[in-house]
Design a protein around this ligand. Sequence first.
Ligand code: A3P
Length: 303
Amino acid sequence: PKVKGLNGCDYYLYQCFWYDPSFLEGIMSVQERFNPQSTDIFLASFPKTGTTWLKALTFAICTRSRLSGSTTSSLLSKMPHDCVPFMEYDLAQNPSNRDLAIPLVSTHVPYTCLPKSIISSCCKIIYICRDAKDVFVSLWYFLARLQMSENVEPLLLEEAFELFCNGIANFGPYWNHVLGYWRASLEFPEKILFLTYEEMKKDTAAHVKKLAEFMGCSFTLEEEEEGEVQKIIGMCSFEKLSNLEVNKNGKCLLDISIPIPNSIYFRKGEIGDWANHLTPEMGARLDDIMERKLKGSGLKLPR
Ligand code: A3P
């Protein structure tokens, strides 16, 4: 089956999730032939749930020993997506498109559609999710800016909302994306770390330490005393990253080589901005859908 999706492209249903043709091609290609390194750590997310921030934090955490005392982090000159490759586009196009010394790979692929090689490996996975209302608003703005940069009329917010509530978005339904990783994290807690954007915002320091521990590179007492955790938080903050020249005026290549402004990955970085864009009725409708879909799973997403 296919439907007209949020970005005006046809979306196709494949293994119970919706994709536009370019993502579908990437997923099928990695399902066939992607082979992780045993030390790889996958950063998994639905689009607009905090992928860029998670990439920045994990990259800063795992490269810190090389950097201590210096200000030459690649994050200052490269946008986080250029520091950590996406499996289904960067690596699908060219598996050597990565720095093997950095054990990070990111993906939007739902858990049940991941290449078997990842599931059967001892690779770890870090999943981030976020309140559905903020995800939708963030996604709508992202697509609208992308479409305007290509001189395409964006879909009305109300029309896009209707599609999202019906599960139609790249890698959607959102709730099934979340549930797949949630269930897997209950089954394999040592393999999958399940995080939320909201909890990370509320106590970033605790999460930076948790991430480091999970990634096998905990902070030493000495590092903590030297303020290493705070340095990483500062370097990866929305304020810092969104004001860097590379993220303000640079461009990156999204799938089929259309240069897109890096700035569209940095909008507001806040919790609850949905209330400025959706009516209370729309908010309640999406909350209700999420509640029904997650019922019985033991997962309660922050609102
Ligand atoms: P908003 O549109 O709500 O501002 P993704 O990285 O998965 O594409 O998600 C993008 C969302 O994360 C956007 O949310 C963006 O502003 C926010 N974001 C980007 N960098 C961030 C950072 N360093 N800290 C917190 N949020 C960030």
